[in-house]
Ligand binder design. Structure first.
Ligand code: ADP
Ligand code: MG
Length: 400
């Protein structure tokens, strides 16, 4: 992928810098309940402020549908943002454009920080409206985007504005782009992908893109059931998508055409129902009893995966290998996660993982910190796995 600009390419001292963050944080009882996104943005804010910039933070929050709605105000996020910044004061503007915004941004001194009200209170944001982008751009002189998780959307604050002001990636965006690039654009090979989760139907484009680019795909989770059925294996009462058996066959054909090995589970942990404390059995994959559901990969599958891991240099992972939220069906995912983490710690493997449930599964396994990179970007991470160009990233590419 072409080079993109970073903060190193901007002279920010004394300048008003519009910083697009993702402050779409979970709230409980009017307070931020998970500060991960604030913590990821904080280093960029601190670096800019430390260099004497006047930092103006922009973000969306929830889905207010283009009109002001106090339920979706960013104001309650201010104290948590101040805490994430080590106690630095953050001014708040009750609108993100116009006089209410400029009154706050004009009052900023060098090294000071302001947060503007929810971008999505204006319909121009999601419409990528040039007039709205110009109104945002009028508040600053430089633009920095640190919201990879919003980069798959061509919105005024992620796309149009980057063509109006000198634009660069913030440090979190930069780290994400560098990690993803090392994993898929310019990987050390052999490169493998671990794809699991519930449905083939939600990951068709991911599977197609990976089949063309990686050396091996290991399929787990309920999505493996559709592939197993396509190979003529009886998956009994397991989750399976009959309408996507053809898709599974197409992916198998594309993989074999591209010289990509496709590995399916050899055994499974089955039960009569997905419930805690239910009686389980481990069976060979071609011996799933009538009425039983496949809820995790079995020990032979995990052993095969571990053996294969030893030969890989790069691993991309999206999707749990079983119904990990309900023990003991977390065992396969946890064992695979720990094995990948150990190889990473030993310097033998570059590991990049992402996806809402995948991040939760790695945290559950206690190894999220041991992977080379864990993306919390959700939709943007999946679109990147699909090989799509992300508008918010494309807009940061260095010209020429
Ligand atoms: P991500 O959010 O990481 O992209 P997905 O949403 O695709 O992952 O899939 C995660 C879900 O898949 C989890 O809720 C998990 O319980 C479910 N799942 C995985 N394997 C199975 C299985 N064998 N049977 C039922 N559900 C499964
Ligand atoms: Mg999910």
């Amino acid at each position: 992928m072409g080079a993109f600009r970073t903060i190193d390419d901007l002279d920010v001292a004394g300048r008003r810098v519009l910083l697009r963050g993702d402050l779409n944080v979970p709230m409980a009882d009017g307070r931020v309940s998970d500060t991960t996104r604030l913590d990821r943005l904080a280093p960029t804010v601190s670096e800019l402020a430390g260099k004497g910039a006047r930092v103006i933070v922009l973000s969306h929050f929830g889905r207010p549908k283009g009109e002001p709605n106090p339920e979706f105000s960013l104001k309650p996020v201010v104290p948590a943002l101040e805490a994430a910044l080590g106690g630095r004061t953050v001014a708040f503007a009750p609108d993100c454009i116009g006089a209410a915004a400029s009154a706050v941004t004009e009052a900023l001194g060098d090294g000071e920080v302001a947060l503007l009200e929810n971008l999505r209170f204006h319909p121009g944001e999601e419409a990528n409206d040039p007039g709205f982008a110009r109104a945002l751009a009028a508040l600053g002189e430089l633009y920095v985007n640190d919201a990879f998780s919003a980069a798959h959307r061509a919105h005024a604050s992620t796309e149009a504005i980057a063509h109006i002001l000198p634009a660069a990636a913030g440090r979190a965006m930069q780290a994400e782009l560098e990690a993803l690039s090392k994993a898929l654009d310019d990987p050390e090979r052999p490169l493998a992908a671990l794809v699991g989760g519930a449905k083939v139907s939600s990951k068709i484009a991911v599977l197609e893109n990976l089949a063309a680019r990686v050396d091996a795909i290991v399929i787990g989770g309920a999505m493996a059931n559709t592939f197993l059925h396509a190979r003529g294996i009886d998956v009994a009462a397991s989750l399976m998508e009959p309408d996507f058996v053809g898709t599974a066959r197409d992916v198998e054909a594309a993989a074999s055409e591209a010289g990509c090995a496709l590995l399916l589970p050899e055994d499974a942990v089955v039960a009569a129902a997905l419930a805690p404390g239910v009686e389980t059995r481990t069976v060979p994959i071609d011996a799933v009893p009538a009425g039983a559901m496949i809820l995790d990969v079995g020990p032979a599958s995990v052993a095969a995966l571990k053996a294969a891991l030893g030969g890989w240099r790069t691993l991309v992972w999206n999707g749990p290998l079983g119904a990990f939220e309900t023990p003991p069906f977390d065992a396969g995912t946890v064992a695979a996660a720990r094995a990948a983490a150990a190889r990473t710690k030993a310097g033998q493997l570059l590991t990049v993982a992402g996806g809402g449930d995948t991040v939760a599964a790695l945290a559950h396994a206690g190894v999220a910190g041991d992977f080379s990179y864990v993306s919390t970007a959700g939709g943007a991470f999946l679109e990147w796995l699909e090989g799509k160009a992300l508008p918010g990233v494309e807009a940061l590419r260095a010209e020429g």
